[in-house]
Design a protein around this ligand. Structure first.
Ligand SMILES: [Cu+2]
Length: 196
């Protein structure tokens, strides 16, 4: 599966440190732009579509393209608890890659509102029965924020699609079981989930 879009990744690269608590406040957009992500840059797989090559240049390598990684894949489904106001047409694939340099997560999603910001996190529990439970933390006693948690903030393109990747330097992510999509508003409501 191809990665759809590139502009979203660039946004995500500067916004992953927002303290977006699950189900609580999602943080202000302004805060999200003050700090760099865990790792937002790496070599580009250039030679992609000419119309996206410029923005792809800043993209990290997607999780499913990292050599010699252990990769798990999941697909988004709308949560039974999702409010009607959430995009019911969401579809997408997620990959989590464990490799020598850490843990890389890629979210590739369509069917969202155009030009809209969303939040995604690695969660500790499966989608059922508790909507992914709490955030996964590399150090369970560590801080509730990146890089101890994996947050992906992104903005969809005009078609409602986005693809974004973030890497944490710790490869020990066995306790991560799902990726949740949240509305990026005051509620931070979970509305879609992918088991890993
Ligand atoms: Cu979450």
């Amino acid at each position: 599966m191809r990665h759809l879009n590139a502009s979203a990744a660039a946004v995500a690269a500067v916004a992953t440190l927002t303290l977006a608590a699950c189900g609580a406040d999602a943080g202000s957009g302004a805060e999200g732009e003050t700090a760099p992500s865990a790792t937002g840059t790496s070599a580009d797989d250039s030679g992609a579509n000419p119309d996206t090559a410029a923005s792809r240049a800043a993209d990290p390598t997607p999780a499913d393209e990292i050599p010699d990684a252990e990769v798990v894949e999941g697909s988004f489904a709308v949560l039974p608890s999702a409010p009607e106001s959430a995009p019911q047409s969401v579809r997408g694939t997620v990959w989590l890659a464990r490799h020598d340099d850490g843990t890389t997560v890629t979210v590739d999603v369509t069917g969202l509102e155009p030009d809209t910001k969303y939040t995604s996190h690695l969660h500790a529990e499966p989608c059922e029965p508790d909507d992914g439970g709490p955030h996964f933390r590399f150090d369970p006693d560590g801080p509730a924020q990146p890089p101890n948690e994996v947050h992906l903030m992104f903005t969809t393109d005009s078609a409602g699609s986005a693809s974004t990747t973030v890497t944490n330097a710790d490869p020990d992510s066995d306790g991560a079981n799902a990726i949740l999509l949240h509305l990026d508003d005051d509620t931070g409501t979970k509305f879609a989930c992918a088991d890993l």
